[in-house]
Design a protein around this ligand. Structure first.
Ligand code: SAH
Ligand code: SF4
Ligand code: F3S
Length: 474
């Protein structure tokens, strides 16, 4: 079944290629595309699949304002993600008038919401193709259909079918890569729309995951990030169930892979087995992203997170005991319905005690259809703003305290890019996921360098390279 589906899609790619070759001949230049990604790592991974299909179909990349084909891979986790998409579509409207041959497609989480589709049909009828999260593997087929149609092609499924393997993927980096290990989420945290737009939790087969990573390693990838909304419950839905820790042991054995990361971990499912496998490993990075959301047990219950403040702090202790050098990062929501000043103080208390090296902070956003949207006591904007500012201050303080500990020490850093701000600097990551900007040329990108940390800026460092390259990992 799987092979059959991927072969079918490859056949559509060939058909698209005939069309693009033809148009390119007429134009005297290649056709261009731009994939714009909103949202999380899962979406970024999906975008690599879209790029894979487009490049095999004869398209080459171009900036958004110039491309012949623009596709937005959308997110709807908070309202501002939706607002941003409408803003971008508004900007494209005059461009589409000027260049009617411009093709626009929309996909991703936001498209799984019926009211969104209605709004797009009404306000942005110039969009050529719309599909959702469950049928992204049919992108080639849908694009082919769209190229042969004058109307907007819309195909949204309300639930997933099979997991399709073996489709092309255009990797963003040559030396590191995200790898999906599971899809969907079954947790239904009361504020969160992800389970509604991504469907029920399902895991990829371990052999498919391991084969993909082996192939990546053969092609020069040294760092993998295993992706899922709740990686700690990996494997439960398989015909032959296995744990996430067991999967990690398999990944560790793959030659060439030097660093293994994963996200996200739900605190309720973080097992002792995982802590033990992590602490014994010299490939699994000393970093854990462990979303707290709130430090108040009462709010956590209303959020349906299934752990208490004490459970979370105990888990942090256990992790630090097993791995004293582990860096912890988190996600926090402020302004959940009914959150009092006391509840908020509990959140600050956990932040101070847990010593996060950084945190993603969010203002609660009401998502239609979720349990929390119907709750009373939605908090007023000015109270939330006040708490949010205070939160940033406290996180800044704990992050700086964590960061400063390592000033003057030398670590192995994987050089990732030339620094945005300074062409003579490189940006890379420590094993513990903290970023460092350091002196060096582009020839070191994708290599491990020994870097001495000289200055700390709360969430990142400045440093200097002390020895050119360290081939082995940390
Ligand atoms: N599966 C991951 C998180 C996915 S969404 C996990 O459970 O940890 C990423 C983050 O967005 C969440 O951790 C949460 O902090 C935030 N988030 C999700 N829904 C939100 C909402 N309605 N309002 C504000 N923040 C939200
Ligand atoms: Fe959303 Fe909770 Fe699932 Fe994370 S675990 S995706 S926050 S429902
Ligand atoms: Fe957004 Fe979908 Fe990810 S809603 S956060 S892109 S799973």
């Amino acid at each position: 079944m799987e092979m059959f589906e991927s072969e079918k899609q490859l056949e559509y790619i060939n058909r698209i290629k005939d069309i693009t070759d033809n148009r390119a001949n007429k134009l005297g230049r290649e056709l261009t595309y731009c994939v714009v990604t909103f949202g999380c790592q899962m979406n970024a991974n999906d975008s690599e699949k879209l790029r894979g299909v487009l490049e095999r179909s004869g398209f080459v990349t171009a900036p958004e304002g110039e491309a012949d084909f623009v596709i937005f891979n959308t997110c709807t986790v908070r309202e501002n993600a939706n607002t941003r998409l409408y803003g971008r579509l508004g900007q494209l409207k005059p461009l589409k008038k000027k260049r009617p041959e411009l093709m626009i497609a929309l996909c991703g989480c936001m498209m799984q919401e019926t009211p969104v589709i209605e709004k797009i049909k009404k306000s942005y009828p110039f969009v050529d193709l719309i599909f959702g999260t469950h049928n992204i593997y049919k992108f080639a087929e849908l694009l082919y259909e769209s190229l042969n149609s004058k109307n907007t092609v819309i195909d949204i499924w309300d639930k997933p079918k099979e997991i399709v393997e073996e489709l092309p993927q255009k990797k963003t980096y040559s030396f590191k890569s995200g790898v999906n290990i599971m899809f969907g989420c079954d947790n239904f945290c009361s504020y969160c729309i992800v389970p509604y737009v991504r469907g029920r939790e399902r895991s990829r087969k371990p052999e498919d995951i391991l084969n993909e990573i082996k192939e990546l390693a053969d092609n020069g990838v040294v760092e993998v990030m295993l992706l899922g909304q709740n990686v700690n419950s990996y494997g439960k839905t398989l015909d032959f169930p296995m744990s996430f820790a067991q999967l990690l042991k398999g990944v560790e054995k793959i030659e060439g892979i030097k660093r293994i990361r994963f996200m996200t971990s739900h605190p309720k499912d973080l097992s002792d087995e995982l802590i033990s496998v992590m602490s014994k490993s010299d490939k699994i990075c000393r970093h854990l992203h462990l979303p707290l959301q709130s430090g108040s047990t009462r709010v956590l219950k209303a959020m349906n997170r299934k752990y208490t403040k004490e459970d979370y702090l105990k888990l942090v202790d256990k992790l630090r005991q097993a791995m004293p050098d582990i860096a912890l990062t988190t996600d926090i929501i402020v302004g959940f319905p009914g959150e009092t000043d006391e509840d908020f103080e509990e959140t600050l208390d956990v932040i101070r005690k847990a010593g996060f090296t950084s945190a993603f902070t969010f203002i609660y956003s009401k998502r239609t259809g979720t349990a929390a949207a119907a709750m009373e006591n939605q908090i007023s904007a000015d109270i939330v703003k006040n708490r949010f500012d205070k939160l940033l201050k406290v996180i800044g303080e704990t992050a700086t305290a964590q960061c400063e500990k390592f000033i003057g020490e030398t670590f192995s850093v994987l050089a990732e890019t030339v620094s945005d701000h300074d062409q003579t600097m490189l940006t890379g990551r420590l094993d513990n996921n903290l970023q460092v900007h350091f002196t060096g040329g582009a020839e070191f990108i994708g290599k491990f360098c020994m870097v001495r940390l000289t200055k700390c800026k709360s969430f990142y460092y400045f440093g200097e390279m002390v020895s050119e390259c360290e081939v082995a990992s940390v």
